[in-house]
Design a protein around this ligand. Structure first.
Ligand code: XMP
Length: 513
């Protein structure tokens, strides 16, 4: 496996993405968590130094761990990674003086007989993405220059005898079009064969779960979302009946969703599953509540209570399974007020493990979202299930602004089902990050047939997004919107008006509450 030492670049995760695409298993660790003992234990087959915002001369500048240059494995330094490598090995780095370079640059080959550059300069100078204030002014003994750019005379350098490579630009970003090729060459010369597949991940993960859990019991809150589903199926494959899943049905699921999830996991996967139908409890507690935060907190609190109750009923468990993903656990290097480490740990079932004295089983901790989907396919989950849009924990409660009633929820379920059916029929489902209907807290007057109506209005939302942090509203055609509005009003009793939400995020959020 390959070790990426993080010096705090904004794009370190992209290095991992590029390597995973090459089917090479890698892990990112912050520079101040990697020491000689760690290196010995990790035994990397190759090391990459990421970029970073610091200057090698700054007080407390991040430095590579002792011993890393003596491992005898190939090392690739990127941007700050290059500078720090030169600094440590006897070269020189200079700052400022109008040599900063941000954005596109062209690198011209000075010698392209380097295995790292195979196929790189086939069409002459190559476009790369630069983002540096300092630059290397003298390369370390043993190094040679293979490419230059106007502001980075040492854009590509290498010491072939030691297998050390260092570049000033960022090959991991899309603005370096041939960047992936550079990583491909690096991992090939480091001896990786690109055999890290989901089938091998599945086998390793199963073994790890067995080693961790032994003959003890695991409980899992299954939401029907992709992450918790994939985690549950994998753990079930590893330890069978030692796993119990609890599906907390808060009465805020979409049309037929609870039955579909329960049937699928019980029948197709034979998972030991408790269907906790607690809709009366949740809807009772939400009666008369219209404040969004009170709704969320009420649901969160009851969820924990219900889950705990069912865990106790089966005699407790030693472990809680969660579908935590890699981006939630990568320790990021932060430079606010000097180098420090912020740990983002994500508890899907807030506070439960500590409260109940359970340890965590998180078999997806090393995976990115798309890799979880690939693992889901490997485990035989239906494509339609894997590609589902995200659905929030508080469910339809936050798509029903104002007070929640059973009548409104029923109207909302039906309108949402028609809307999603329309999107699927028009082949748009996979282009959209998330689409849903909301029931608005108002009634309006309409006319249907010869009669007056005074019914609810439905709001439709659809956005594109990469990660849910920012989003653009989806530009449906007028024909699509007109047809969908007509269908909803004709097919869903209680609705006489449909709005389309043209707000992006920011300033809107994706959900209405
Ligand atoms: P917002 O509305 O904040 O949503 O723009 C961003 C993404 O997060 C989802 N979301 C949630 N997911 N529990 C969840 O599991 C929640 O409480 C929650 N709130 C919002 C939302 O659906 C969107 O994908």
């Amino acid at each position: 496996r390959l070790l990426i030492i993080d010096f705090g670049s904004q794009v370190t995760q992209l290095i991992a993405r590029r390597l995973r695409e090459l089917k090479v298993y890698c892990e990112i660790h912050p520079f101040n968590r990697v020491n000689e003992a760690f290196l010995k234990d990790f035994a990397p087959k190759a090391v990459i130094f990421s970029g970073g915002p610091a200057s090698v001369y700054a007080e407390g500048a991040p430095m590579p761990p002792a011993g890393v240059f003596d491992l005898g494995v190939p090392i690739l330094g990127i941007c700050y990674g290059q500078q720090v490598m030169m600094h440590c090995l006897g070269g020189h780095v200079e700052g400022g003086h109008g040599t900063a370079e941000f954005g596109r640059a062209r690198v011209t080959p000075t010698d392209d007989r380097l295995p790292l550059l195979e196929g790189w300069f086939a069409e002459g100078p190559e476009q790369v993405w630069m983002s540096h204030g300092d630059h290397v002014s003298k390369i370390a003994p043993g190094f040679q220059v293979y490419g230059t750019s106007p502001n980075a005379p040492f854009a590509i350098t290498a010491d072939v005898s030691r297998n050390f490579y260092a570049v000033q630009f960022h090959p991991e970003v899309h603005h370096t079009p041939k960047g992936a090729k550079l990583y491909e060459n690096f991992v090939r010369l480091a001896g990786f064969t690109g055999d890290w597949t989901m089938a091998s991940y599945r086998e390793d993960a199963i073994q790890k779960i067995r080693d961790q859990v032994g003959d003890r019991k695991v409980i899992c809150a299954l939401s029907g979302g992709v992450d918790s589903s994939v985690a549950a199926i994998l753990i079930h494959e590893a330890i069978g009946e030692q796993l119990t899943c609890v599906f907390v049905d808060h009465g805020l699921m979409r049309l037929n969703e609870a039955e579909e999830v329960v049937t699928m996991f019980r029948e197709a996967y034979n998972l030991p599953l408790i269907h906790a139908d607690e809709s009366d409890l949740f809807l009772g507690a939400l009666d008369g509540v219209s404040d969004p935060e009170v709704k969320r907190k009420t649901i969160g609190r009851l969820f924990i209570e219900v889950f705990e109750k069912h865990a106790k009923a089966i005699g407790g468990a030693d472990f809680l399974a969660q579908g935590t993903l890699y981006p939630d656990v990568i320790e990021s290097v932060s430079f606010s007020g000097g180098p420090s480490v912020t740990i983002k740990s994500h508890h899907n079932v807030g506070g439960l493990p500590e409260k109940m004295g359970m340890k965590l089983v998180e078999p997806l901790r090393e995976l990115f979202k798309d890799e979880v989907r690939a693992l889901g396919r490997e485990l035989g989950l239906p494509a339609k299930f894997i590609g589902r849009h995200p659905f929030p924990g508080p469910g339809l409660a936050i798509r029903c602004p104002g007070e929640i009633t059973r009548e409104k929820l029923e109207i909302l379920r039906r309108a949402d089902a028609v809307y999603i059916d329309q999107i699927r029929k028009h082949g748009l489902y996979d282009e959209i990050w998330q689409a849903f209907a909301a029931i608005l807290p108002m009634r309006t007057v309409g006319v249907m047939g010869d009669g007056r109506t005074y019914d609810y209005a439905v709001g439709l939302r659809a956005v594109t997004s990469v990660d849910g942090m920012t989003a653009d509203y989806y530009p449906f055609t007028h024909d699509f919107l007109g047809e969908t509005a007509t269908r909803i009003i004709n097919e869903v009793k209680g609705v006489n008006r449909v709005f389309y939400d043209c707000t992006s995020k920011p300033p809107g959020t994706i959900e209405l509450e």
